[in-house]
Ligand binder design. Structure first.
Ligand code: NAG
Ligand code: NAG
Ligand code: NAG
Length: 379
């Protein structure tokens, strides 16, 4: 009996010491323990403790007149009749910049080719590019002349007179919402995308048609950032000051690289934006703030990559929606990803099994790779 008790005590003591040791290591390295990871864990857990983020809306609400100052820019290039067709499935807004002519050309001849989409998929999609003016005064006129020439030819630029800079992305979002409200409110869906992402339009169209069949309401899909913390490191591109956003976490949002909303959501986001302080310059977060004000939350789709890049493989092409970080390989990827043989790779029981194994190998890695999540292997 005595012996037993002593043994137990000894083991407990050992456990206690181990715990203390582990704790002190954590305490010592707390600060340098990946700061990012810790703030993510903190805000993620907070997100689950806080059912409502209404206080954010209350705090960022301003008068209409004040809010108008963020969005009352003049159109320099516009196409009011772009959406004259009655039946438009998708309005695709590509966020571009004056100097990115090559990217727009690549998009026009691949995934943004309206004629190809109409012919092969039998639906109407409108593709427009959202732009501000070149930020450098000396360059501005030269680029503006080029843009006018480009637009004469392609009739697909939408431009307002704000400086096209990273910190004006929220202004660009307001332009997209305002333009959609004014000129294209009847399009069933609105997509906003960067000009360096690849959109697998055929997969996306099939998916949206399925969504329509099952009923569209409050539809907002993409990769979802749930309970992300604001970045307070001053050297970061995404730095946001406490003054601009004092809370520990952002409302849920989808990265601006590529997301899709239904027309009712677009309309409500527009309404919300009329009374919010848009000085928060991270556009996708600001959109999350608007959505939060309207009680709309995003749903995750594992094949929307956010800032991640898709692996190159037919088993992936079959399901991919968006992939980030493409410019040079648009044409090649488009050719491969829309090749009719892609579908047969994963068909049948063996095809499915083969593709699951391939996807596990490509997506499920012990180290972090910025691509689709591991669970996408099983979809
Ligand atoms: C918003 O929050 C900040 C910091 O908590 C506070 O200083 C400010 O007065 C609030 N503004 C409104 C309109 O509630
Ligand atoms: C945004 O655009 C406006 C209007 O051109 C300009 O005054 C402002 O400086 C721009 N902001 C940034 C951060 O570039
Ligand atoms: C909007 O927020 C900024 C801080 O990010 C603040 O300086 C500005 O005064 C606010 N605007 C209004 C109209 O309250």
């Amino acid at each position: 009996m005595m012996v037993n008790l002593r043994r137990i005590r000894k083991r407990q003591l050992q456990q206690l010491m181990m715990t203390c040791f582990a704790l002190s290591v954590v305490m010592v390295y707390w600060e340098s323990l990946d700061y990012n990871l810790m703030s993510h864990i903190k805000s993620y857990s907070l997100r689950h403790l806080l059912p409502s983020l209404d206080y954010i809306t209350a705090n960022l609400t301003i008068s209409r007149e004040e809010a108008r100052k963020f969005s009352n820019h003049q159109y320099l290039i516009n196409h009011k009749w772009k959406c004259a067709d009655r039946d438009i499935l998708l309005l695709l807004f590509v966020k571009s910049s004056p100097e990115n002519f090559e990217r727009r050309q690549a998009i026009r001849s691949t995934w943004g080719d309206e004629t190809y989409i109409e012919r092969t998929l039998g639906v109407t999609v409108k593709v427009v590019f959202a732009l501000g003016v070149h930020p450098q005064t000396l360059e501005r006129n030269r680029f503006q002349r080029k843009l006018l020439w480009e637009d004469e030819r392609y009739q697909d630029l939408i431009q307002q007179d704000f400086l096209d800079t990273f910190h004006n992305l929220t202004v660009k979002l307001l332009m997209q919402l305002g333009w959609t409200h004014a000129f294209c409110a009847h399009a069933r869906f609105l997509m906003s995308a960067d000009d360096d992402i690849f959109v697998h339009v055929p997969n996306l169209i099939r998916y949206l048609q399925e969504v329509i069949r099952t009923g569209v309401k409050d539809f907002w899909v993409g990769k979802v950032h749930r309970g992300s913390p604001p970045i307070r490191r001053k050297d970061s591109k995404y730095y946001v000051s406490e003054e601009m956003y004092p809370w520990l976490l952002y409302p849920d949002y989808t990265p601006g690289a590529g997301y899709v909303i239904s027309s009712d959501v677009a309309s409500r986001l527009y309404q919300a934006s009329l009374n919010l302080n848009a000085s928060l310059y991270i556009d996708d977060v600001f959109m999350g703030v608007c959505a939060n004000a309207m009680g709309i939350s995003p749903q995750e789709h594992v094949f929307f990559s956010g800032e991640g890049k898709a692996p190159y493989h037919p088993c992936i092409y079959n399901q991919m929606m968006t992939s980030h970080g493409h410019v040079k390989d648009f044409h090649e990827l488009w050719r491969h990803a829309t090749d009719p043989s892609v579908e047969s790779v994963s068909s049948g029981l063996f095809g499915k099994l083969y593709c699951t194994l391939i996807k596990v190998r490509l997506l499920c890695k012990p180290i972090f790779i910025n691509t689709y999540p591991c669970k996408a292997a099983f979809f």
